[in-house]
Design a protein around this ligand. Structure first.
Ligand code: PLP
Length: 392
């Protein structure tokens, strides 16, 4: 067999950091241990049955067995626009301001390739979702990190960036509710973001993957609800988390026309559109009753309360996330993120994601997903308490 060499670009892409965590968890489980895996971000609940039924019916339809329109079903674009109007009061033209995506990740990775040239600068949150780095790598662009710190409520402090960096930057990724910190954005922050982006000609890409998941009755804010946002940016929405459809691969980008056009052009070259039956089921998800979403958010909020209060009761000084399904936990003094997550895995058989995997500002934290039952979360607290790491 000829061993073909990978391209230079492929070899230059960042290593998949969390692959090693998955391997460690597998090793400990194979040794016969019951691991409580809070390390990943995979929704644990099934897709609501009315959405599954809608797919089943649509899959029977011969019209869905053919190539579908390259730019996706117009009905889905209309549903996305209605959804934004209904949920966020945002007006969108379904024809020019909505692009259908194979999940949020596809859009996030495609965007740098749509708009950037090799050597261009992109502002990327640190800590942040590592797939932003992949898209930047494929475009051969450079990253400038936007530190997210607890002191600034995990929002970037634009005043800390030099004029030169701002002038050089062509794109900025933001993500609220935030993975991994669980922080949410404010209207003032988005207003300031539009101001900065307008002044420096930066395309804002707001990743709204956790847009449905806000706690204590606080609905997360869409970037597109900020005045002038469509002039300078887009928002990426996914059905993965809102409707437990992570395996289905469906999402959409909304906002700035020129960016939507560029995404559709790249996708024209790469694919035909998604299986139309999946798109029809997505219309059902967006347009039917949203009570399943309310129930899901209530479930995550109860889990959050059980887990965070449990950890506080054993003396771990942790704060509650305001959104997303992640808890961002400061590691006790004397440990790095890697050491502490190894300790929890080896000694308590509780897997969490070490914070430095999300960037250098993630050092000193671990991320726990609220993607196990309350009973398992209680059990995780119990096991951690037995390590006697904290003074209660
Ligand atoms: N953005 C963030 C911050 C995420 O955490 C995820 C998934 O975990 C995604 C985007 C991608 O979601 P999907 O590709 O399933 O739409």
């Amino acid at each position: 067999m000829v061993e073909f060499k990978q391209s230079e670009i492929l070899k230059s892409l960042p290593k998949q950091f969390f692959a090693s965590l998955v391997a460690k968890v597998a090793r400990i489980s194979e040794e016969g241990n019951d691991v409580i895996n809070l390390g990943q971000g995979n929704p644990d609940q099934p897709t609501p049955s009315h959405i599954v039924k809608s797919l089943q019916a649509a899959a029977e339809e011969p019209r869905n067995h053919k190539y579908s329109p390259f730019k996706g079903l117009p009905e889905l674009k209309e549903a996305a626009a209605s959804y934004y109007k209904r949920e966020y009061g945002v007006e969108l033209d379904p024809k020019t301001e909505v692009a259908i995506l194979f999940g949020g990740k596809a859009g996030l990775v495609e965007l740098p390739q749509c708009l950037l040239n090799p050597g261009d600068t992109v502002l990327v949150p640190d800590p942040g979702y590592p797939d932003y780095w992949s898209g930047v790598g494929l475009a051969q662009a450079n990253m400038e990190m936007l530190p997210l710190t607890e002191e600034n409520n995990y929002l970037p402090d634009y005043s800390k960036l030099s004029q030169q960096t701002l002038d050089m930057s062509k794109m900025m990724f933001l993500n609220y509710p935030n993975n991994p910190t669980g922080a949410v954005a404010t209207q003032e922050f988005f207003t300031k973001t539009v101001e900065i982006a307008t002044e420096h000609n930066i395309c804002v890409v707001h990743d709204f993957a956790y847009g449905a998941i806000g706690f204590e009755g606080e609905k997360p804010i869409s970037f597109l609800s900020a005045k002038g946002s469509k002039e300078v940016g887009i928002e990426i929405y996914t059905l993965s988390k809102t409707y437990n459809m992570a395996g289905w691969r469906i999402g959409f980008a909304v906002g700035n026309r020129s960016v939507i056009e560029a995404i559709e052009l790249l996708q024209d070259h790469l694919y035909v559109s998604l299986f139309p039956a999946v798109q029809e089921a997505a219309v059902t998800a967006l347009m039917d009753s949203q009570s399943c979403v309310e129930e899901l958010v209530d479930m995550y909020e109860s889990r959050r309360n059980v887990f965070i209060h449990g950890l506080q009761s054993i003396g771990w000084d942790v704060t509650s996330p305001a959104g997303s399904f992640f808890a961002w936990l400061k590691v006790p003094k004397g440990y790095t993120s890697a050491e502490f997550s190894d300790l929890l895995l080896e000694k308590a058989h509780v897997a969490v994601a070490p914070g430095h995997g999300f960037g250098q500002y993630g050092e000193g934290y671990v991320r726990a997903g609220l993607l196990s039952s309350e009973e398992r979360l209680r059990e995780a607290v119990n096991r951690i308490s037995k390590l006697e790491l904290f003074k209660s």
